[in-house]
Design a protein around this ligand. Structure first.
Ligand code: GLN
Length: 273
């Protein structure tokens, strides 16, 4: 399993290295695209009378840069969220279509009806609950701190005044803003932040625990601090007015929990410690 993720991450690295010259470039080229996407999405929403789910296909919005939850294996997007979404679609007798996009475009895609739901290791937060509904949660997670071996950063308190890498628009990004005198470098992909840490451009990276384990396993000289930065829960998000689908997906999720299928999917991608 590890090898599969390693290959996928290496492929992602090649793509990200060729696609974006530098972090600064990535941030400036992709940020306006997000605004444009929001505008287009809003126009589409006005035009659309029916959600995509109405024709028997469930459209899932995700960001396939987040192993083991979603990542690319060749042309395919695989991972825990992809498998859970497929199992939900099966329960509902529907087809699943996965749309890959920037993490911070997912909520706009769901709000506009461009996607039926977002499944992207997405943490339930009060702010996001203003914009979308969340299903029942399906995973406990946390934001952890990755440092280089030998780092003087040993606990979250040591991040004061440090240069920290985060993934744009994630809870790591949002909560790291509260660290005193911190300098935050925001990356479109968590993997890019880890690369910058390896190149000594950062003192630490704050990212979700499972992707952190994948990145640390694949790169020599990194470790995850024992004390996590935050504890969180993941759920699937949906448009506020799509309560019918919310009920259906919650029922499907309950049945996957009950049957053991949910644990089976997690075990397929996360090896027991
Ligand atoms: N759990 C984090 C969040 O919801 C990161 C998710 C991700 O990067 N896919 O913000």
């Amino acid at each position: 399993m590890k090898k599969m993720i390693a290959l996928a991450t290496m492929a992602a690295m090649v793509v990200s290295m060729t696609a974006c010259g530098s972090k600064a470039e990535t941030a400036t080229t992709e940020a306006p695209a997000t605004e444009a996407a929001t505008e287009t999405a809003a126009t589409e929403a006005e035009a659309a009378t029916e959600a995509p789910a109405a024709n028997g296909t469930l459209v899932m919005a995700t960001n396939a840069e987040f192993p083991p939850y979603e990542y690319r294996e060749g042309d395919k997007i695989v991972g825990i969220d992809a498998d859970i979404a497929q199992a939900i679609a099966d329960e509902l007798g529907m087809e699943l279509q996965i749309e890959d996009m920037a993490f911070d475009s997912i909520i706009a895609a769901v709000q506009s009806g461009k996607a039926d739901f977002g499944a992207a290791g997405m943490t339930v937060t009060e702010d996001r609950l203003q914009a979308v509904n969340f299903t029942d949660t399906y995973t406990q997670a946390s934001q952890v701190i990755i440092v280089k071996e030998g780092s003087t950063v040993a606990t979250p308190d040591d991040l004061k005044g440090k240069r920290v890498g985060v993934q744009l628009g994630t809870t790591g990004d949002i909560y790291a803003e509260d660290i005193e005198d911190v300098t935050l470098d925001r990356y479109n992909k968590g993997f890019e932040a880890v690369q910058a840490l390896l190149q000594d451009k950062l003192d630490a990276v704050i990212i979700d625990s499972e992707p952190a384990k994948v990145f640390v396993d694949e790169n020599e000289g990194l470790k995850i601090l024992d004390e996590s930065f935050t504890d969180e829960e993941y759920a699937i998000c949906m448009a506020k007015d799509n309560t019918d689908l919310l009920d259906k997906v919650n029922t499907a999720l309950a049945s996957l929990k009950e049957s053991g299928k949910l644990d089976e999917i997690k075990a397929k991608y996360i090896s027991a410690e």
